[in-house]
Design a protein around this ligand. Structure first.
Ligand SMILES: Cc1ncc(COP(=O)(O)O)c(C=O)c1O
Length: 383
């Protein structure tokens, strides 16, 4: 028995592999992006209350009404746009299912979707599972800037969509207003759909988070995906959503109904409390993360890495070549085996792997004491 042709080349995800190695070797896990602390008590209590109140059966396919309503209100607060919670908000099992449902509901065989590398690892397989093709453009170090000319050249008569992740994992790049305006103009001119992955929307340290859906002409041609995982430190809940015009929402829902159909009911009630959180929560969240970012980045620089300090997200890319290893995998294997820290070698996020060989990705969604302990071990690289 063999894995299907479309998926065979993907093998086991690097996150599974590095987390398994971290556990096996007792390494501090700065690889996979999940916090080692709990989400806020008011959100957890709301989910527990929902269980005890009997919200335990299948939910409506598009989401429980209180969550759809809370998401529509939140969207209005963030963008000024008024949307219909019943036809324009679709709850998904995390952003990851939102990506899969969007691809399944939108793409036909032979369509092309432009994505940027390094990419989140589900984009390409999801596009390919639909018989469509990912056209990959590189965001190259040190600036990770959008190559406007390359993007323009990549648009063909087969292009259906451009998928943009901002703030961007793993580079920490926050797409600028100019870059997004260029993408918006291309979408409008060529009648393309924009798919945005904004799971790090509240983790912006430098610059501003611009929502593509708010740029001229984009409201009805953008599917905005996000989730509670990162912003509320609840990655295991897998509660996400897609916000789009009624027509594009129909596409997402037509994919979703044959994936998981519905999403965990009590957790949706918890998520409704989460997304109604005030600015005070979000300010505290960002402040804590800025401390974590600065602590880890300063230490990595001092240890001898070339650090690409992130403007957003909870990841940092660094250049490991001062330590003399041939590539990212060799470096990360040494790190987990001999230094006791797990990180991610980024080449699995690239088609053009030479761009990733020099790099290593660390996650800083960890308690300060975990980061201090990891830094202490990383100093061993100098010995
Ligand atoms: C860019 C990006 N998109 C999506 C996800 C997954 O989101 P969720 O857990 O809501 O499925 C991640 C998680 O690491 C991510 O980095």
């Amino acid at each position: 028995m063999t894995v299907s042709h479309r998926l065979a080349s993907y093998g086991t995800s690097i996150f599974t592999e590095m987390t398994r190695l971290a556990n096996e070797k007792g390494a501090i896990n700065l690889s996979q992006g999940f916090p080692d602390f709990n989400g806020p008590a008011f959100v957890r209590s709301a989910a527990i209350d929902a269980i005890n109140a009997g919200h335990n059966q299948y939910a409506r396919m598009s989401g429980v009404p209180p969550l759809n309503q809370a998401l529509a209100q939140r969207w209005r607060r963030l963008t000024g746009q008024i949307i219909d919670p019943d036809t324009q908000v679709s709850v998904t099992n995390g952003c990851t299912e939102g990506i899969a449902a969007t691809c399944l509901g939108l793409l036909n065989e032979g369509d092309e979707v432009i994505i940027f590398e390094p990419y989140y690892d589900s984009y390409k397989p999801c596009i390919e599972m639909c018989g469509a093709k990912a056209i990959v453009l590189t965001l190259a170090a040190p600036e990770f800037a959008l190559d406007h000319a390359a993007l323009q050249r990549a648009v063909t008569s087969r292009t259906r969509a451009i998928l943009v992740n901002t703030p961007h994992n793993p580079t920490g790049k926050v797409f600028s207003r100019d870059e997004l305006t260029f993408i918006a103009e291309l979408c409008n001119r060529n009648d393309l759909v924009a798919i945005t992955d904004e799971v790090y929307e509240h983790l912006v340290f430098e610059g501003e988070h611009v929502r593509l859906a708010t740029l001229p002409g984009m409201k009805d041609r953008t599917i905005t995906l996000s989730s509670v995982g990162k912003t509320f430190s609840l990655t295991g809940w897998k509660i996400g959503w897609a916000i789009a015009s009624p027509d594009l929402s129909r596409c997402v829902r037509s994919g979703r109904q044959f994936l998981s159909y519905s999403v965990a009911t009590p957790l949706q009630h918890g998520a409704a409390e989460a997304v109604s959180a005030g600015q005070e929560y979000l300010d505290g969240f960002l402040r804590d993360y800025r401390r974590r970012r600065d602590l880890l980045c300063d230490a990595l620089e001092e240890i001898g890495f070339v650090v690409y300090r992130p403007a957003g997200t909870y990841f940092v890319l660094a250049d490991h070549t001062p330590f003399g290893f041939p590539d990212d995998r060799a470096f990360c294997m040494h790190l987990v085996d001999r230094i006791g820290v797990a990180a991610i070698p980024p080449t699995p996020f690239y088609d053009n792997v030479e761009h990733g060989r020099r790099l290593v990705r660390f996650a800083f969604c960890k308690r300060l004491e975990t980061l201090h302990a990891a830094i202490e071990r990383l100093r061993g690289l100098r010995r």
